[in-house]
Design a protein around this ligand. Structure first.
Ligand code: 5GP
Length: 352
């Protein structure tokens, strides 16, 4: 057994120090980034924020709404080839911002082949809770061999050496985050995890050294956290809780104690496993929770709120473009980040 004594930081442990700037207004800030991906060579241009590949947020309705602002959506694992074909035909522009998500079973690979035979989904997301297994790496190599020109995002991991291994095995983008999610219980159930801000800083450094990218996945509870993720070096940021509870999310609006809510659950929760696999397998624990989140109407206002926040961050540090944000950032460690007397944002990202 060993102990690392370096302090690892979370979003709440830091603030971004303001800097002198010649920017006059937030409207001068561009959040558009352009990437040419390492393995696939594909070019992408847009605002690098995406909806999580959870069944609640990774919907085609979400993809359509987010694409209006050039944001992306990782569609959940449960859409069939027919669902994809219908969407691609109806909304060809929004389709260009989508990831098809798979796990690591043979059925997942067959499903991927089936979908890509019928529709040319631009991005692949290989998503497992634990990206450290040899099986995951083997599976990534197999997908890379089968689809050399498709950008592949793979994860999740939280340490530089595994980021390097995934990039060397074919990933263009590595997804970062173990345990930070709003409906994740991995840390309670297993004691495993890594504070998300430090994970992003260390993993971005490893990925950029090899010409790859990272996507910070999980733990953003406010627009300020999204800005901190970019400031820490994330190329993309993935959001679940912050995009939950909207019209575009899966599930009906129901009334509980006089309040309109939608059901939101982790993809490893008992609720998700019962829904998609019939039951929780006896050898595993549920590692996600279920919550009722306040209903928040169309996602458009939330998108504007988040993008407005990041633009403002850029103005405070004098970054004309999102790309410059991390170079212009000095984080300061703080003992208190927010005045919570009126709790403007809750942990699940919902305004009270
Ligand atoms: P959020 O933005 O809500 O904080 O985090 C979203 C991320 O949480 C997802 O993209 C995914 O990586 C992670 N996540 C989703 N469901 C579960 C779950 O049931 N268990 C765990 N451990 N993580 C989850």
């Amino acid at each position: 057994m060993r102990i690392e004594y370096d302090i690892k930081l979370d979003f709440k442990d830091v603030l971004i120090r303001p800097k002198r700037s010649v920017l006059k207004s937030r409207s001068e800030v561009s959040l558009v980034r352009e990437f040419r991906f390492k393995h696939s060579g594909a070019l992408w241009k847009g605002v690098p924020v995406m909806a999580a590949n959870m069944d609640h947020t990774g919907t085609f309705a979400m993809a359509k709404a987010l694409a209006e602002h050039d944001l992306m959506t990782a569609i959940d694992k449960f859409m069939s080839a027919a669902d994809w074909a219908t969407f691609a035909k109806k909304h060809p522009e929004a389709f260009q911002h989508c990831f098809v998500t798979i796990g690591i079973t043979d059925q997942d690979f067959d499903r991927l082949k089936d979908i890509l035979r019928q529709v040319d989904v631009p991005f692949i997301c290989m998503d497992v809770a634990n990206g450290y297994t040899e099986r995951f790496v083997d599976c990534l190599k197999r997908v890379r061999d089968a689809y050399p020109s498709k950008p592949i995002m793979a994860g999740n991991v939280v340490t530089g050496e595994m980021v390097e291994e995934l990039i060397l095995s074919g990933a263009d983008i590595v997804k970062i985050g173990i345990g930070p999610g709003s409906v994740c219980t991995t840390r309670e159930k297993t004691g495993v995890g890594y504070p998300q801000l430090s994970a992003i800083i260390e993993c971005a450094d490893a990925a950029h050294g090899l010409g790859g990218q990272v996507c910070a996945d999980g733990g953003c509870t406010s627009p300020g956290d999204v800005a901190k993720a970019f400031a820490a070096g994330a190329d993309f940021v993935m959001l679940g809780g912050l995009f939950s509870g909207h019209d575009e999310c899966l599930g009906d609006v129901v009334e509980v104690d006089g309040k309109k809510v939608k059901r939101f659950y982790g993809m490893s929760s008992t609720e998700a496993m019962e829904r998609y696999h019939g039951s929780v397998a006896g050898y595993r624990a549920s590692e996600g929770r279920s919550v009722n989140v306040p209903y928040r109407g169309p996602v458009n206002n939330t998108v504007l709120d988040i993008l407005g926040g990041i633009r403002s961050t850029c103005t405070y540090v004098g970054a004309h473009r999102l790309k410059e944000l991390s170079k212009r950032t000095t984080f300061i460690r703080v003992a208190r980040q927010l005045n919570e007397v009126f709790m403007p944002y809750q942990a699940n990202g919902n305004k009270t």
